[in-house]
Design a protein around this ligand. Sequence first.
Ligand SMILES: [Zn+2]
Length: 76
Amino acid sequence: MTCRRCHGLMVADYYIDLLNGGEDFWLRAWRCVNCGEVVEPGIIRHRLERRSLLSSLAKRWPKTARKEYEVIALGI
Ligand SMILES: [Zn+2]
């Protein structure tokens, strides 16, 4: 697997999930050995939700100002 940010090598890594403490305390994720990017399903879901929110906000932006701004996906 390669990193979407820098095309570096991604390796499986384990992290402690402090926000969602409980039974799923350990979190398995992919980490880029080159740039340090960490990706796991929760992060991907959050980024997609944020991208969707930004897109909906951009659509509500006044038409006169819309040409000056563009929603750009960072990462995923
Ligand atoms: Zn990377």
